[in-house]
Design a protein around this ligand. Structure first.
Ligand SMILES: Cc1ncc(COP(=O)(O)O)c(C=O)c1O
Length: 508
């Protein structure tokens, strides 16, 4: 995440905010609601994963799942892609915008195979950032999921001679629309003179404006003068065309108007380049479009699309330029909502100094690193006992780390959960869910790695629609003790991944 983060709001709405029970049928947002005393997300009663006999649902596992449990609801990803496409289509009609919009999935937000497959199945173009991504793209091409009309936008540093640059050259032989986005003048040398035809993009830095905004300090992209030089360099290279200007200036945390305002210098540069660069036709506004990670997120995607198209049209008209086709690289927007992480509350602990603790059976800080690293908030709600009185609590993870808490340190966001005594908790478990945690958290925390306080990776359940109107669930087992020990080097000699002794330098 390379843009400047607006500081997360310390007082946002992350859950229920009152001591009264939640009323039957209450809707928390577009995909979370109550059904009786239990919580449903994406139409699924979530405690059914732990107590399948209580609420059997078509296609859900017949066996009780362990807690903690990660849930990936894949239809939501396809729905997000389709919704944004529709949103821009409506805006194009409203504004009379004369060029198309292209949705690209910024795969760094969640690079798991099932996620990438889901975005491609929904028709998204693909954005990537490093060498290993090239192999992922290759596999998707072989699987028939990346047909020739889809763009593969290659961001990330690709210096001359790097494995990434070399692999992109090879990939171009397998796919006609690989678009390397250059963010440093030196990168072109890795591609020029290799006899391979490429359409290139150039990433520009946000110039300093009168109000002091801008990002001259960024290590990404080049300034306007360098864009001109690089564009000339591309056009002087046989078989190369300059087709795309990448200007990632907006960021999550901005409103629609501020986001579009931040993009204006990029649009302005695009319009000035248009005259001398006839092959230029895409304006890529990068990532930063938010997902709904708290209950008061109200970014209006329709308004954003309309404002952006209007601004692009105005700027281009002012310069007498052709309006560009727009590309958005949507990371957090695409994948935030599809994932939830469920825990069991294993103890209630009074706190003489303030709000009582509820302790959960996993780690908050390793599951959602942005909670402690950036003070980010996510939706947190009970899965059962919603008909009980609530009390304000803080959640503690099971590690011995003082930062393994929720809400994050320094936050004033209230978190209310059902009021249960220790004896009641023993008798009828209380489960809580963190929602909208699908972007970056898993990638930052590491997938199937060993974690803080040697906590094992949780079991994950991948849920998709089946052909008969029900669900299909794939269970990815969590780590066993043996897996964790092996990861950390214990007993490695007996298994794959054993260290080998390095051959020493021969002296004399
Ligand atoms: C070049 C580029 N594009 C897209 C994204 C995705 O951003 P977001 O997840 O905010 O949509 C990022 C994130 O760092 C990025 O660096």
């Amino acid at each position: 995440m390379d843009f400047t983060h607006a500081p997360p709001s310390a007082a946002c709405r992350i859950g229920w905010q009152s001591p009264t029970p939640v009323s039957e049928g209450h809707r928390f947002n577009g995909f979370i609601e109550t059904a009786g005393s239990r919580l449903q997300a994406h139409g699924l009663e979530l405690t059914a994963f732990f107590e399948p006999d209580r609420a059997p649902a078509r296609g859900l596992p017949a066996e009780a799942m362990p807690s903690p449990l990660e849930i990936a609801f894949l239809p939501n990803i396809r729905a997000q892609v389709t919704a944004m496409d529709r949103c821009f289509r409506r805006a194009i009609d409203d504004v009379g915008y004369p060029a198309p919009f292209h949705f690209a999935f910024a795969s760094k937000a969640n690079t798991a195979e099932e996620i990438v497959r889901s975005t491609l199945a929904a028709g998204a173009h693909h954005e990537m950032s490093s060498d290993v991504d090239v192999e992922i793209v290759r596999r998707m091409i072989r699987a028939g999921l990346l047909p020739e009309d889809r763009m593969v936008i290659a961001n990330g540093f690709k210096g001359r001679g790097s494995a990434y640059a070399r692999n992109l050259l090879a990939l171009r032989g397998e796919h006609p629309r690989v678009v390397p986005v250059l963010e440093d003048a030196s990168e072109l040398r890795g591609f020029a003179g290799r006899g391979v035809e490429f359409d290139f993009g150039i990433r520009c830095k946000r110039p300093r404006e009168a109000d002091g905004a801008g990002d001259r300090d960024s290590r990404f992209g080049v300034d306007a003068a360098e864009v001109e030089r690089l564009a000339a360099g591309i056009e002087g290279t046989p078989g190369s065309r300059f087709v795309l200007l990448h200007a990632m200036f907006g960021s999550a945390g901005q409103g629609e108007k501020e986001f579009v305002h931040a993009l204006e210098p990029g649009l302005d540069l695009y319009a000035r380049l248009d005259r001398n660069h006839p092959s230029l036709r895409f304006f890529d506004f990068g990532g930063g479009v938010p997902g709904r990670t708290t209950l008061d997120d109200d970014f209006d995607y329709d308004r954003f699309a309309r404002l952006l198209l209007k601004r692009a049209l105005d700027v281009c008209t002012r310069h007498g330029a052709r309006p560009p086709a727009l590309i958005g690289e949507f990371g957090r927007y695409t994948v935030s909502e599809h994932a939830a992480h469920l825990f069991r509350v294993i103890a209630a602990k009074p706190n003489d100094a303030g709000i009582p603790w509820y302790l959960v059976d996993g780690s908050i800080m390793t599951s959602f690193p942005d909670t402690w690293a950036l003070g980010e908030h996510f939706i947190c709600l009970p899965l059962n006992h919603l008909d009980r009185p609530f009390q304000r609590v803080r959640l503690g993870g099971i590690t011995c780390d003082r930062d393994d808490v929720y809400p994050p340190r320094g936050s004033t966001a209230p978190l209310f959960l059902p009021l249960l005594s220790a004896a009641e908790l023993d008798e009828t478990p209380l489960y809580v869910g963190f929602f909208s945690v699908g972007a970056y958290q898993e990638m930052l925390g590491g997938v199937r790695g060993s974690k803080h306080c040697v906590l094992p990776e949780a079991t994950e359940i991948l849920i998709d629609d089946d052909e008969n109107g029900g669900f299909r669930c794939d269970i990815v087992p969590g780590h066993t003790t043996e897996d964790v020990l092996h990861n950390l080097g214990y007993g490695r000699t007996a298994r794959a991944g054993a260290p080998r002794t390095a051959a020493p330098v021969a002296l004399g």
